[in-house]
Design a protein around this ligand. Structure first.
Ligand code: MRU
Length: 364
């Protein structure tokens, strides 16, 4: 998608062909800056500190992290150490484990004699695959947006939570891929962007990328969604996911569940858009089984933004001394999800629905 009119991806190889460059998302929307990753530790820090974030991008960055590690130590011990370090960075997005398992399995094949070259090749292939996967999600999801337009004859209002756009993947994104595809096909569309406290990925990242790409949108406080739905101002909700169970329960950024409840109460269709790499086929009950990341209290008690003088400043917004809790994700049960938009089509949010589209994975 575009930044300053130039098609841009979130991750790329550096000019030397070995280092990895990522768009620093801790500095958006105020500054477009690239961060160079030279070592596996750099990659792990970038994921942990959310320089890169979003389930698909976490997976691809981890894959490149393994490639960086192989340059330092391509032994079996080096590979295991790298995989363990990267796997420990963030607990909820299963794409991380998916990418690391895939890298480790490929590099352990007996016919691989140059692990460095093989690791870069596979990481690059995974980045390209992510783009195509998200493009396909966009194609399938755009049909829903077009259908809403055909039904009403007016601009389609989509509500999204957090950032599941191209900044959360390599390009296109998941929840926003249908938005971009519909927009490019000329379907009139407007996006309600939940600000997404506490880290404000909606206000900072989703608004940035939609604005850069020319998609009409409006930022709303997280608490506004129910009101907008009650007044017929949302045609459909589309969110991303960090981990989806084999039964269709969807973990996504904290607050997603409340939007699904409001959507159900108001008869608004609620979709999750995600690649197969986000489905954890080992899990049946999302609320009980999906690990939820607990992040630092300061993300709740403080906010960072740009001052009138142009400096980035962090201010405390809470009563001094009051404790704060910060669960970063919640689980929306399958019964509240209208459908799951995947690269293979739209599945019912159920074991049978997902198995119909992914028979091999479901049967394992
Ligand atoms: O904590 P984050 O910013 O990594 O959380 C991101 C989300 O919750 C996204 O909705 C999810 O990863 C899907 S990304 C296509």
């Amino acid at each position: 998608m575009n930044v300053d009119g130039v098609p841009t991806r979130t991750i790329r190889l550096g000019q030397d062909g070995l280092s990895v460059e990522v768009l620093d998302q801790t500095r958006l929307p105020h500054t477009v800056a690239w961060r160079r990753l030279e070592t596996v530790e750099d990659a792990a820090v970038a994921i942990r500190t959310m320089v890169v974030r979003g389930a698909p991008l976490i997976g691809v960055t981890a894959a490149y992290g393994v490639a960086l590690a192989m340059r330092e130590d391509a032994s079996e011990e080096g590979l295991s150490r790298a995989v363990a370090a990267l796997a420990a960075t963030r607990p909820t997005a299963v794409n991380l484990r998916w990418a690391l398992d895939r890298m480790a399995a490929a590099l352990r094949r007996p016919d691989v004699n140059d692990r460095v070259a093989a690791a870069y090749r596979l990481a690059g292939a995974m980045a390209e695959e992510d783009v195509e996967t998200c493009r396909a999600i966009g194609r399938h999801g755009a049909a829903l947006i077009r259908a809403a337009h055909d039904r009403t004859g007016r601009t389609v209002n989509v509500l999204t939570h957090c950032n599941a756009g191209w900044l959360a993947a390599v390009d296109w994104g998941t929840a926003l891929a249908p938005v971009y595809a519909a927009h490019e096909a000329g379907v009139p569309i407007h996006v309600w962007v939940d600000e997404t406290r506490p880290r404000n990925q909606g206000a900072a990242l989703t608004a940035f990328e939609l604005g850069q790409h020319g998609v009409p949108h409006t930022i709303v406080a997280d608490n506004a969604g129910g009101h907008l739905m009650q007044h017929g101002r949302v045609d459909l909700c589309i969110v991303g996911s960090d981990r989806t169970t084999a039964t269709g329960d969807v973990a996504n950024k904290i607050g997603t569940y409340l939007k699904a409840l409001a959507a159900r109460d108001n008869g608004v269709p609620f979709y999750a858009a995600l690649p197969a790499s986000t489905i954890d086929w080992t899990l049946q009950d999302g609320v009980a089984e999906i690990p939820i990341e607990e992040r630092g209290a300061e993300e709740v008690t403080h906010m960072t933004g740009r001052s009138a003088a142009g400096d980035l400043v962090t201010v405390q917004v809470s009563a001094p001394g009051s404790p704060a809790a910060n669960p970063a994700f919640d689980v929306t049960p399958a019964r509240l999800v209208t459908g799951i938009i995947t690269e293979r089509g739209i599945a019912a949010a159920s074991r049978d629905g997902l198995a119909e589209l992914f028979p091999d994975e479901a049967g394992r």
